[in-house]
Design a binder for this molecule. Structure first.
Ligand code: AMP
Ligand code: ZN
Length: 512
């Protein structure tokens, strides 16, 4: 048996803290503990947010592939996040509740479920633990008391604040130091705050009016500051030193600096939380960084309504390195859909070349769809690989081990499919192994599953298939006028043929 994962390339990740690519050494041998900042559930996640979780999921899958058991915690922020990361403005959840005229708890529940459903459509593995902020208020109060006792806080009429001058090297994670920044340049400053970088640990409710979400505390009725939850929940479930903390690069500037300050004040200077901090770059579109507060953003459902399968978005994320900006356009995404269809089509034709159907057991044995039960794909590699097969998997491993270089690892799928000296069964085993990391469901998906019709398409899926077949026959019979007539009909129904591409059955949703 080839113990592939054990002899593979050493893993190296970029650590935002040291600003270097470093060899990854888990604290406990073959166990990796990861904490990922979760969404604030006052609206749907946009596809930029979803990029953050496709990245984390790829990280987790790859570590699994290398033989690591991963404990992964994602939090749900259902309280405490203000419209400004710099601790001013209004509570995002309270605002959403007013504008949607719904109870704040219903809003949190609704958007939490919508988020989880998006992740499952993107084949993101369930975390070991979903951890919700409002379930940890008492832990947060206890944590804040320790901070208070250690002398790093001060109280104002508006609540309890962290004095950032009390921890050495505050903000060293941030790319842009904030010392000189004018306080409250964007939103109302807080009277009495000692330093611009100080932040709320506890936000006392205003004397007039009651918040929908508020709790009693030694600092009056109110709600925790946003940064507190991540320190408390990561420490509670993963310990004061764990392996990797993830989030988008916006978190690198404020949120994670504040988490680190809290952790150090609570557990000692050596305990900044994670050994490694990994941040994904933004998804941007023509108007710049996608953000919920801009209001005009794309959701996964809006892509689906245009006939784009969610896994095409996953493939799009993988096609750009996680530390680079991902430029989103619907045209590029439609291109990824076609790429995905080709991969799925190629795998299904390879499977037809294999006499036994033993390969079909591979995805089930590997727990492709079982979420938490995901384990190292030993069975895929049970039979020894040929030197060609080893070379392919080595190349894939090399690229992924170098800071998750997915854009350079993806072409190994095509290289495997097109390899002249490998039998179909070995190809399938290698592809299945790689797809454990990519999570594209290449084995479980059929080409027709990817053929989502745009919401406004007027033909049913089976009518589309029939027309495509007829068009193919007409082309074979050189009856081009009929072939063109069919193409026009499909066009009118929201389906665009990928002319000039072989095989001629490739199509994509018509982009309007
Ligand atoms: P939020 O719900 O705003 O707390 O964000 C959830 C996650 O998405 C965080 O890790 C953010 O850093 C990340 N994020 C927010 N906007 C983008 C974007 N445009 N591109 C990539 N990641 C983002
Ligand atoms: Zn966080």
């Amino acid at each position: 048996m080839t113990e592939y994962a054990n002899k593979g390339t050493q893993i190296r990740f970029f650590n935002s803290m040291t600003r270097r690519i470093e060899v990854f050494k888990p604290i406990c041998d073959d166990q990796t503990r990861i904490y990922s900042c979760g969404p604030t559930v006052y609206n749907y996640a946009h596809i930029g947010n979803l990029r953050a979780y496709v990245f984390t999921d790829t990280l987790r899958r790859f570590l699994n592939w290398k033989g690591q058991t991963v404990t992964h915690v994602i939090n749900i922020t259902d309280v405490g996040h203000l419209t400004s990361d710099e601790d001013a403005g209004e509570d995002k959840m309270e605002l959403a509740s007013q504008s949607m005229e719904k109870d704040i708890w219903q809003i949190a529940e609704y958007f939490t479920q919508a988020f989880k459903s998006d992740l499952s459509q993107l084949n993101v593995l369930r975390p070991t633990l979903w951890s919700t902020a409002t379930d940890h208020i008492h832990d947060m109060i206890a944590f804040a008391r320790v901070l208070e006792d250690s002398g790093v806080t001060y109280e104002l009429a508006t609540g309890l604040y962290f004095d950032t001058t009390k921890v050495p090297n505050y903000g060293s994670l941030a790319l842009t130091p904030r010392e000189g920044q004018e306080e409250g340049a964007r939103v109302d400053p807080i009277a009495g705050k000692r330093n611009a970088t100080d932040f709320a640990i506890w936000r006392r409710s205003p004397s007039e009016g009651k918040r929908q979400m508020e709790w009693l505390s030694p600092w009056g009725p109110g709600a925790p500051g946003w940064h507190l939850e991540c320190s408390v929940m990561s420490m509670k479930y993963l310990g004061s030193r764990f392996d990797i903390h993830t989030g988008g690069i916006d978190h690198r500037e404020i949120h994670h600096c504040n988490e680190i300050a809290q952790n150090q004040a609570y557990a000692g200077h050596a305990h900044s939380g994670a050994n490694g901090w990994m941040h994904n770059n933004f998804l941007i579109d023509r108007s710049g960084k996608m953000s919920k507060s801009k209001g005009d953003f794309s959701t996964l459902s809006s892509l689906i309504a245009r006939g784009i399968h969610p896994l095409a978005f996953r493939l799009m994320c993988l096609s750009t390195h996680y530390r680079s900006e991902l430029e989103f356009s619907i045209e590029t995404l439609a291109g990824q859909l076609v790429r995905l269809k080709r991969l799925v089509g190629a795998i299904s034709s390879l499977s037809q070349q294999v006499e036994s159907d033993s390969w079909m057991r591979i995805p089930a044995e590997l727990g492709f769809s079982s979420g938490a039960a995901f384990t190292y794909p030993r069975t895929v590699l049970e039979q020894k690989l040929s030197p060609h097969g080893e070379k392919l998997l080595d190349g894939f491993d090399r690229e992924m081990s170098e800071d998750l270089m997915t854009p350079r690892a993806l072409p190994f799928l095509d290289e495997t499919i097109n390899h002249g000296q490998l039998c179909a069964e070995e190809k399938l085993r290698i592809l299945a192994s790689m797809d454990l990391v990519f999570g594209l469901k290449l084995f479980e998906t059929r080409r027709c599953d990817l053929a989502l019709r745009p919401k406004d398409a007027s033909l049913s899926a089976s009518e589309v298939e029939v027309l495509l077949e007829q068009r193919q026959q007409s082309r074979r019979a050189k009856d081009f006028s009929n072939a063109d007539a069919i193409r026009n009909r499909l066009h009118a129904a929201g389906i665009e043929m990928m002319d000039g591409q072989e095989p001629s059955w490739e199509w994509r949703p018509l982009l309007r």
